[in-house]
Design a protein around this ligand. Structure first.
Ligand code: ADP
Ligand code: MN
Ligand code: MN
Ligand code: MN
Ligand code: MN
Length: 379
């Protein structure tokens, strides 16, 4: 990367009334992040005031063969301060549609190919479900794990070729550990990429993302941050924006950010996306503990459906800090379970629960929608 001082010379140039907005949307896999930059003539007063835009769907949704129908509209849904250009510049989260409300097709009738599981369908479905349960005020918090990879070797940061499973590693500075030496451990050779994690933390705070904290994870080069608690649809939106910010910070440090569930096979820690969940009922002192037990039973009854929708079964081996994909278990203080309830919950008789099944590449719109459907709507 060039000397950052060179860039800051341009970033501090005046921009008059103009506002630079980065439109961010999910492409055709529902996981690929896309973005492009638009200059607005003035600061929008609300999200409704941010103009729609469009993009070439054949480049991010469809294969070449479907070029005829390739215009995709970008419909703004949420906005945040841009932590790269500073206020008043914006990050704009957009849904992708063929028409503004995705109900009708402009010219070609039924020939139009359906948008494949992109953001349009999944976010809209999630928003509809969240609107239905507003009275229960669902809150979520997602623990987003990720590996930082060296672009030259594609190995996690700090690794030199293959690394032994964490339990057998002894750090060169000779400290002794009761377990693997990386989780929440300071020191050179223990926390690789702390500056990436810290730059991301500050950038998310400045953007208005409800980031809750960061920690180094079970493997060298693996970190976690948490976003939340967020209400309803805001959980998915803020997680997607936090990932976008992390990828941009990766560019600045010349590292690759990977949310893959199991990027390194065998005994190395996979990458999780634990999703914490509560409702008005579970947060009510006294009866909240009973509500949580009832939710756990409902989640058990739909384990197969959740697993099919979540994906990431490669990681769910029933070992290496992950539950098994094939069986459902819930428990108090049980970090090997599918669903963990904190030790404080039975004591305080209220609180939240942690779904440990989602992987690092989780679609937050799918996971939060499924949790609400199973516990509140399908009883
Ligand atoms: P762990 O002990 O599993 O590592 P973390 O501290 O990393 O847990 O993450 C806990 C998550 O739970 C955070 O994202 C936080 O926002 C979320 N959380 C806290 N309280 C609630 C609540 N009442 N409802 C939903 N999520 C919550
Ligand atoms: Mn063009
Ligand atoms: Mn955590
Ligand atoms: Mn973790
Ligand atoms: Mn957790």
């Amino acid at each position: 990367m060039a000397d950052p001082n060179v860039l800051s010379q341009f970033l501090s140039l005046p921009q008059g009334e103009k506002v630079i907005a980065e439109y961010i949307w999910l492409g055709g896999t529902g996981k690929d992040l896309r973005s492009k930059t638009k200059v607005l003539d003035r600061k929008p007063s609300s999200i409704a005031d941010v103009p729609m835009w469009s993009c070439d769907g054949s480049s991010c949704f469809f294969k070449e063969a479907k070029m005829t129908y390739s215009e995709i509209l970008l419909v703004p849904k949420a906005m945040y301060t841009c932590p790269f250009l500073g206020s008043p510049n914006l990050l704009v989260l957009a849904e992708a549609y063929q028409t503004p409300n995705n109900t009708e097709t402009p010219t070609n009738g039924s020939d139009l190919p359906a948008l494949q599981p992109g953001m349009c369908l999944r976010r809209a479905a999630c928003a509809a479900v969240m609107a239905q349960v507003e009275e229960q005020d669902p809150w979520f918090g997602i623990e987003q794990e990720y590996y930082i990879l060296d672009p030259a070797t594609k190995w996690p940061l700090g690794w030199s070729g293959y690394f032994d499973p964490q339990n057998q590693i002894q750090l060169s500075f000779g400290l002794q550990f009761a377990t693997g030496p990386f989780f929440c451990t300071p020191g050179t050779g223990a926390f690789a990429g702390r500056e990436v994690a810290m730059a991301h933390l500050k950038a998310c705070v400045a953007a208005g993302i409800r980031i809750g904290g960061v920690n180094s994870e079970g493997m060298l080069g693996q970190n976690e941050y948490q976003v939340g608690p967020c209400r309803g649809i805001e959980m998915g939106d803020e997680l997607i924006i936090s990932r976008y910010i992390l990828m941009r910070i990766g560019e600045l440090f010349n590292v690759i950010i990977s949310f893959e569930p199991k990027p390194i096979p065998n005994t190395n820690a996979g990458t999780g996306g634990h999703t914490n969940y509560s409702t008005k009922a579970t947060r009510t002192k006294g009866s909240g503990w009973e509500a949580i037990q009832q939710y756990a039973k409902l989640l058990e009854s739909r384990h197969k459906e959740h697993m099919a929708a979540y994906g990431g079964a490669d990681r769910l081996l029933g070992a290496y800090y992950a539950p098994s994909a094939n069986e459902f278990r819930w428990g108090v203080g049980d970090r090997g379970a599918s669903v963990r309830v904190g030790n404080l919950v039975p004591l305080q008789k209220c609180g939240y629960m942690e779904d440990r099944r989602p992987s690092g590449d989780l679609d937050p719109y799918v996971v939060t929608r499924m949790l609400v459907e199973t516990t509140l709507l399908l009883q």
